[in-house]
Design a binder for this molecule. Sequence first.
Ligand code: APR
Length: 246
Amino acid sequence: MLSETKEKAEMTAQIIAQQKNTVILTGAGMSTESGIPDFRSESGWWRKIDQLSIATAEAVEENYSVFHEFYSDRLSTLSECRPHEGHYCLASWEKSGLVTLLATQNVDGFHQKAGSVNVEELHGSIHRFRCHNCGEIADKEEFMRQKPCRECEGKLRPSVVLFGEMLPETAWQRSMELVEKAELVLVIGSSLQVYPVSQLPAITRGKTALINRDETSADTDFDLVMKGSAKEILQYMDNYLKNAEV
Ligand code: APR
């Protein structure tokens, strides 16, 4: 890790420890070191597949076999993967009362699996299923076996937010509220290209920090930018928090 990154990681850790009012906002880059591809990096999903032909309501209605193949593949990949040390660091910071909220764009549920409790899933979850037509709740097996909805024979889908769909209202309102009041908003592993979540850091009265492997178009909007691996930088900050008198 570059010494400049270490310095900024320590400055960020100091704010987290002293203010005890940090909102964490994560994206797909938080889970790549668990073996799950992100979307827009070199090896990202949307580099190989046109996102609008897969992750839209139209795809469910008009291209279901392709839609189903994509999400059932993601579910199979996910079943082979586990949260990494970085996820556990964030959960331990929550337990120590340093984190006010963890808002995530990720649908993988790894933050909760690592022990984070106060989590808002802004893009839904791939582990919940429902009928696209009537909303009737379904289970994973019914979806994986391409069963029709028990109520209306409609098509089943994971409860993820597809492009063009609204975010879950309560999760969004609560995240905006806590971000605005936070002393620090720490964004981890997101290109911040997807609206409206990309707008969240801008509404805080506090400071903003970003941990990301690649450059983003939003870098200049942040007070502190740390380039590198989420897992490595979070572990460094965690060690610093444990050892330094902050
Ligand atoms: N450590 C730090 N950063 C990483 C790592 C890592 N190990 N791996 C990838 N990254 C960074 C990449 O450099 C990239 O800028 O994470 C970012 C991920 O960006 P995207 O792939 O655009 O993912 P995200 O911002 O979460 O996408 C937002 O778009 O496709 C939709 O609904 C989907 O929630 C998703 C939303």
